[in-house]
Design a binder for this molecule. Structure first.
Ligand code: PEP
Ligand code: MG
Length: 884
């Protein structure tokens, strides 16, 4: 196995082996660009080293050979006292991990070669001793774990002794003395002298870079960025060039386009008479790249030519690092550059216009997450405000308003025209009116799949959950010493989870205005909007998956349709049982006779019909999946504790409270230890006569009514929580009877299908498909029951530990667990279609709007994904990306 590649031997496609930096240095070398000569030690060598914890057999010999070539090319030997070759030893993994791993510069310097370096630099002793002390410092810290602070202290002392404040005020003698001081620090911590043998320095530095792959911060960064832990880093050994040799030298970074806005034109910073590390450390203020033209026109012109070459070659925005050593330009690094979400879209569209890439490639170069970022209003953080606390960014956006602590108060204050932030320990369905009225929702408990999070995302409303430093009381919340009372203003950032006191300025999203139809992409003088329009439109042309929405109201349905939804994949009817209708639901639950129950149902039915008609109208011509009621009915009753207290207090006063007593009995009767696994979904339909029948009748009547108006309703009745075909058959038989009765000659066609959200349903899908014309995967429950994780509790309780241990890289409630829960989806899709080849397959759990999950559903062969209205454009984009 070959462990070392000369820059001439590699190319940009060898990132797995050479890391990003090494592969791109090789590519630039082969393009004939001025890259300092060097070689790359492969990631495979790193992996072997980390596995065995010792030298990699064969590596030293290969380094010998490549070093000899390098020495020949440079006409110098490593660390030669008279005319030393110095090298940098730099990490470079496949994926960029900026600043996370180690680099050692000036390797090859020692007590003898420092004089040779001075001669090379035209008798510049100061420069030579400064380079030497930098080597001891970097080597000590990186290779031998000497605490960096001790070197800093020594430097500080040297300056203090001389009465100066700036490093540059130290002369050659001071720096020579500093080298002596640094060596003492080195011996103190390592028990041995700073190694003088250049080759030993090189070998130790290489191994230290290998080890830095597993440094804490690198491990943490990988986890966050979802970079696999077993890739290892490559190591680049490169001949040193110096940007700190005087006014005709310097160093800089540059981008071939503006990485913030995407606008064309080169962009960058330059620092004269400095090394790369100085730019990063921000020691002195950099100059705009354009200034270089005045300082050194030939280098500037050459740099511009090189940047054009690189962009043309990589066909994308590149960022580069360069150094000028006494008027000679050297390229130290390039890569396809990171950019903001806005720049990603704008640049992709520009490159299409320039004929560099086609629209398929433009589509591949942007992501749904980037689009999501562009859809949220954002705080203007120019004043760098300090947050008072932080929670989980559960539903992105920026919202400011008066703090209120009850849903009722939220409704009142909002009705008075003032924006509110609803603060709760956690939310429940009762809070819905308040959540609708609020600008944003802030809770101290729960994670990304808590009620607050799911509902807020559904409404496209800003939400921060699980801000657990907050103690939420009845009329104030406290964070340490800070008390925030009702009426105080807070600003919450649903992307970062940060909470601020006071009102921060907010900028609306142009991209949303465009999707809403308020901005004409052809006319708007807004390259970003035009780019989004173009790329999303292309995604629509390419995608196979249809995108529907989860919506329960006409208003949501209408907005989703403007956003491009092609129907409703989930209408949760239980949301229609709240508010004023709660009393009717109570009557249903408390009914003692068939007659009372039928009356309660009869009162609900016209209301439901009106709801459905409104939705069918908004989605005229498109399929609308209406799910029969799912949650346990006791969710519509007051809490057991509250009621018990009320009744006990009344009794104490010798009062009879008949209604409360009846209700209490009912709540006790219906109480369940595990309501999520209890009387809900299809089970309710089988236990409470007439409930599903009422809903089915309302659906079909509404459809017939729309048909009578000349519309084209396409109702799909969906039965929740089915685990056995017999359940579905029973509901189906009853529903078919009602359909036959109501439908008459309206021409309306009604489909009946089921959710697949219980593992048993997935595993018996072949049977269930006998009774279902469609399946919709309820991946929220399927994840809950597949893993046995309570969707309302777990995220705050222990997911952090699971993430830390790498058991999963992201919550399985957020992105589908393709191996486990995804396998259930795959099995059900295959076996369902084996029974019924034209079975329609969709997904309506939260995963329907998650970019990675959309790709998975495309692969599995589903027909559609359904997600909240605000996620519709994201799903359209990702479905397109999955198809190219
Ligand atoms: C699901 O379980 O994925 C689903 C869509 O239903 P709900 O979230 O209403 O339980
Ligand atoms: Mg469900």
């Amino acid at each position: 196995m070959k462990f070392v590649y000369d820059f001439h031997e590699g190319n940009k496609d060898l990132k797995d082996l050479l890391g990003g930096k090494g592969a791109n240095l090789a590519e630039m070398t082969n393009l004939g660009l001025p890259v300092p000569p060097g070689f790359t030690i492969t990631t495979e060598a790193c992996r072997q080293y980390l596995r065995n914890g010792t030298h990699v057999p064969g590596l030293a010999g290969e380094i010998d050979a490549h070093l000899a070539t390098l020495e020949r090319t440079m006409g110098r030997r490593l660390g030669d006292p008279d005319d030393p070759l110095l090298v940098s030893v730099r990490s470079g993994a496949k994926f960029s991990m900026p600043g996370m791993m180690e680099t050692v510069l000036n390797v090859g310097l020692n007590d003898a070669s420092v004089a040779g370096l001075s001669r090379q630099a035209g008798g510049n002793d100061r420069f030579a001793w400064d380079s030497y002390r930098r080597l001891i410092q970097m080597f000590g810290k990186t290779v031998c774990d000497v605490p960096g602070g001790e070197f800093e202290d020594a430097l500080h002392e040297a300056k203090a002794a001389k009465g100066v404040t700036d490093d540059v005020q130290l002369d050659a003698n001071d720096l020579r003395a500093l080298v002596t001081a640094y060596k003492k620090v080195f011996v103190k911590h390592t028990g041995h002298d700073f190694p003088q043998a250049p080759r030993e320095q090189l070998d130790l530095a290489v191994e230290a870079v290998f080890r830095s792959w597993n440094a804490d911060r690198a491990v943490l960064y990988r986890r966050q960025e979802r970079i696999p832990a077993d890739l290892g880093t490559a190591v680049n050994v490169v001949a040193m060039v110096f940007g700190n040799l005087g006014a005709d030298s310097g160093t800089g970074v540059a981008f071939t386009r503006d990485p913030a806005s995407g606008e064309p034109g080169v962009y960058g910073d330059y620092l004269p008479n400095a090394q790369g590390e100085d730019v990063v450390a921000g020691i002195r203020n950099t100059l705009a790249l354009a200034e270089l033209e005045k300082l050194d026109k030939p280098s500037y012109d050459q740099l511009l030519r090189i940047m054009a070459t690189l962009e043309g070659h990589y066909r994308d925005l590149c960022d580069i690092e360069f150094t000028i050593e006494r008027g000679k330009l050297w390229m130290l690094q390039t890569r396809v550059g990171k950019r903001t979400a806005a720049a990603a879209f704008t640049i992709a569209a520009q490159l299409v216009d320039e004929g560099v890439i086609d629209l398929d490639e433009a589509l591949a170069r942007v992501t749904g997450n980037q689009l999501a970022q562009l859809m949220f209003p954002r705080f203007d953080l120019a004043g760098e405000p300090a947050p008072i606390t932080r929670g989980v960014g559960a539903s992105p956006g920026a919202a400011a308003g008066e703090v209120v602590f009850t849903a009722q108060r939220a409704v009142e204050v909002a009705a008075a025209g003032r924006p509110v932030i609803l603060v709760r320990r956690e939310t429940n369905p009762d809070d819905l009116p308040g959540m609708i009225a609020a600008r944003g929702i802030l809770t101290s408990r729960g994670g990304k799949t808590s009620h607050a999070a799911v509902v807020a995302r559904g409404m496209g409303k800003t939400c921060v959950c699980g801000a657990d430093e907050m103690e939420v009381g009845a009329s104030s919340f406290t964070i340490g010493e800070t008390v925030v009372g009702e009426g105080d203003i807070v600003s919450i950032d649903g992307t970062t989870g940060r909470v601020y006191l006071g009102e921060l300025p907010v900028r609306p999203s142009e991209v949303v205005q465009y999707f809403e139809g308020d901005l004409d992409p052809e006319r708007a003088n807004e390259p970003l909007v035009a780019a989004v329009h173009r790329i999303v439109t292309h995604a629509d042309a390419r995608r196979r998956l249809t995108v529907r929405t989860n919506a329960d109201t006409g208003a949501d349905a209408a907005r989703a349709r403007r956003f491009g939804a092609q129907g409703i994949g989930l209408c949760r009817t239980e949301h229609m049982f709240l508010g004023d209708r709660r009393e009717l639901v109570e009557r249903l639950i408390l009914a003692r006779t068939d007659g009372e129950r039928d009356e309660a149902l009869a009162a609900l039915q016209p209301l439901q019909r009106a709801d459905f008609l409104e939705i069918f109208r908004e989605m005229n011509g498109l399929p609308v999946t209406i799910r029969l009621i799912d949650p346990p009915l006791h969710e519509f009753l007051p809490s057991l504790e509250e009621l018990a207290v009320r009744v006990a207090v009344a009794h104490e006063h010798g009062e009879r409270v008949e209604h409360d007593e009846q209700m209490l009995a009912a709540v006790r009767r219906m109480h369940e230890q595990n309501p999520m696994l209890g009387l809900r979904g299809v089970r309710l339909g089988l236990v409470i006569p007439g409930l599903f029948a009422m809903q089915v009748r309302a659906i079909v009547e509404a459809a017939v009514a729309l048909a009578a108006e000349g519309g084209t309703p396409r109702p799909e009745i969906m039965v929740p929580l089915v685990g056995a075909v017999q359940e579905l058959e029973t509901v189906r038989a009853e529903a078919e009877k009602i359909i036959a009765e109501v439908i008459g000659d309206s021409g309306v066609r009604v489909l009946i299908g089921t959710m697949i959200e219980v593992p048993r349903a997935a595993l018996t899908a072949g049977q269930i498909a006998e009774a279902a014309e469609f399946f919709s995967f309820g991946t929220n429950d399927l994840t809950q029951m597949g893993w046995g994780f309570s969707r309302d509790d777990v995220e705050g309780a222990f997911f952090w530990r699971y993430l830390e241990l790498g058991i999963f890289g992201i919550s399985p409630f957020e992105s589908i667990d393709t191996e486990g829960v995804g396998r259930l989806v795959r099995i059900a899709a295959e076996e369902g279609r084996a029974t019924r080849p034209d079975l329609k397959l969709g997904v309506c759990g939260e995963h329907g709007g998650d970019p990675d999950s959309v790709h998975f559903f495309h692969q599995v062969g589903l027909d559609y994904v359904s997600c909240s209205p605000f996620r519709v454009p994201i799903a359209r984009l990702e479905a397109g990306r999955a198809a190219v």
